[in-house]
Design a binder for this molecule. Structure first.
Ligand code: PEP
Ligand code: MG
Length: 545
């Protein structure tokens, strides 16, 4: 039995699919003259296979992501079918390079040529070229690369790590659960696992070395236990625990439709945190009264180019309409930290969580910000949208963000495009700096939302995604609690409301404290909503218990 950091509750039983993320190593660069024709044969077979493979990826993408996104792969197919592309590679093989080295050289040449192009769009195609090269070389070398979208049998995934975008691709009908070697309680990978509701344990030492494909495995994230090829009696006892767990979930069902009202009559608003439009259904089914946090970065990271204004507008508009008169808080792009966006070619950093992240990127890439603001404003006509800015540390930033928002409003007015002129704006309080100056910040905005995930990591100097320090990651640490109290007090003294959208909002041990300090909204992962409502309905708001 092994354990790690349980991040999403449940028990899963199934066969292992080990996802190896080896960097593709090219060991042999040159061949002998006599080997040339065999190498060309190998290349031709691999390119044909890669074309077939890409066609199937495209089909899958069309089904899951829609026509427009699947067209990215049409571009890949065109390049793979291009005779010039193959000819350049074959020429290099004739110069006695191995097929994989020849592909690598041609891909690198194309990337270098593209790097000098001015157009952001064309430069963003570099990610596509890299992707094509990786797929082709891995097929020549017969190495598997990760494609989580293509899993078509019921499995439990084991990997060193998953990026947040990979986790968001997981098809819950086939992936029963997962375990990884890296990650922390509130890393975005863990948050996504929670929001899609599959059992997951991260930070499991050496798990990729301890299992083989097709091993039978149990992931019990309720008790933090992983059993590899367990004995029958363990399977039987775990099945009983699962039954009990499912029964409890069933019992919680009745709370979905109920209000979160305390025993002394205070109603608390319960919102859902979502990462993509399809999460809205899950949120509504679980009884969300609002969307307290929409992490828009997932519109940007799971693709190869920036989403256009129109694409964003349509997404935000559908959300507004889906939620009807309930509010949707759209948080502007929070890229950086553990959420990378390959095509933006952001510099590699030693301390990404302390670096170029969220609004810090907007100052330089104003067009990206303007496009998003225009899209949100245009969609604001269709429902109750609010805008929220992440990673605030100063008043100066608020002035900049408000100025940009006003510019976007002016543009739309000039273009005679309608929008909600009085759209409410709020900020995430997720840095100690913001908490400490919350009294000044409260004068500038309509609401606060406490991001306890980041607030904890920045207050305690503990990386939220690092399993080595996960024991020190404590959102109930007196220092964090003190800051949270301070923020709620500051906002209320200016007549503004404060919600909390970090994972602390769904921690049963924190609810009483949050009620006591007068939190106005809790926004949590959808599967947690019924339990939170149940706890609130059994708690007092003011009376000491
Ligand atoms: C937070 O930091 O608590 C938060 C909700 O934002 P994210 O998890 O997306 O960083
Ligand atoms: Mg945050």
């Amino acid at each position: 039995m092994i354990s790690g950091i349980p991040v999403s509750e449940g028990i899963a039983f199934g066969k292992v699919l080990l996802i190896k993320q080896k960097d593709i190593m090219i060991k042999r660069k040159k061949i002998l003259k006599e080997e040339i024709h065999l190498e060309i044969e190998k290349f031709k077979k691999s390119i044909n296979y890669t074309i077939k493979q890409t066609k199937s990826i495209k089909k899958h993408a069309k089904k899951n992501l829609g026509e427009e996104k699947s067209n990215i792969f049409e571009g890949h197919i065109m390049i793979l079918e291009d005779e010039e592309f193959s000819k350049d590679i074959i020429d290099l093989i004739n110069d006695k390079y191995t097929a994989e080295t020849a592909v690598k050289k041609i891909i690198e040449k194309q990337i270098n040529e593209m790097k000098n192009i001015k157009s952001l769009y064309l430069r963003s195609r570099i990610a596509d070229i890299k992707d094509i090269g990786k797929r082709l070389i891995s097929n020549i070398l017969k190495v598997n690369i990760k494609n989580l979208k293509k899993i078509n049998k019921k499995v439990i995934l084991i990997s060193k790590d998953f990026t947040p975008s990979e986790t968001s691709q997981i098809d819950v009908s086939n992936v029963l659960g997962f375990a990884t070697e890296l990650g922390g309680k509130t890393s975005h990978t863990s948050i996504i696992a929670k929001s899609i509701g599959i059992p997951a344990i991260v930070g499991v030492k050496n798990i990729t070395k301890k299992v083989n494909n097709e091993d039978y495995i149990i992931i019990d994230s309720i008790n933090n236990e992983i059993h590899i090829n367990p004995k029958k009696n363990i399977i039987t006892s775990k099945k009983k625990i699962k039954e009990k767990f499912l029964k409890e979930i069933k019992n919680l069902k009745m709370f979905k439709k109920l209000k979160a009202i305390t025993l002394d009559g205070k109603i608390i608003k319960i919102g859902a945190n979502i990462n993509q439009i399809s999460d809205i259904n899950i949120a509504k089914k679980n009884g969300a009264q609002s969307i307290g946090l929409y992490r828009t970065e997932f519109l940007y990271i799971d693709k190869n180019t920036l989403p256009t204004e129109e694409e964003q507008f349509l997404t935000y508009k559908s959300m507004a309409k889906e939620m009807k008169n309930k509010e949707v808080i759209i948080r502007t792009l929070d890229i950086g930290g553990d959420k990378n966006c390959k095509y933006l070619n952001l510099p590699k950093e030693d301390n990404p969580f302390l670096g170029y992240r969220a609004i810090r990127i907007y100052m330089e890439k104003k067009t990206i910000f303007n496009t998003q603001l225009r899209a949100i404003l245009r969609a604001s006509k269709y429902g109750k949208l609010k805008i929220m800015f992440p990673m605030i540390i100063s008043l100066k930033e608020i002035h900049f963000l408000k100025k940009e928002l006003n510019n976007a409003k002016k543009e739309l007015k000039k273009e005679k495009i309608q929008f909600n002129k009085n759209i409410k704006i709020g900020i995430m309080i997720e840095t100690p700096a913001a908490a400490l100056i919350s009294n000044d910040l409260a004068k500038e905005v309509d609401f606060f939302s406490i991001g306890s995930n980041d607030l904890t990591q920045y207050t305690l100097a503990v990386d939220r995604g690092n399993q080595l320090v996960s024991d020190l990651y404590d959102p109930m640490h007196p220092a964090v609690i003190k800051l949270i109290k301070m923020v709620v007090k500051a906002s209320h003294s200016h007549g503004k409301w404060t919600g909390i959208c970090g994972e602390l909002a769904s921690n049963p041990n924190a609810i009483k404290f949050l009620l006591k300090i007068g939190i106005d909204e809790l926004s949590v992962n959808s599967p947690d909503i019924p339990n939170i409502k149940k706890i609130i309905r059994n708690s007092y708001f003011q009376r000491k218990e």
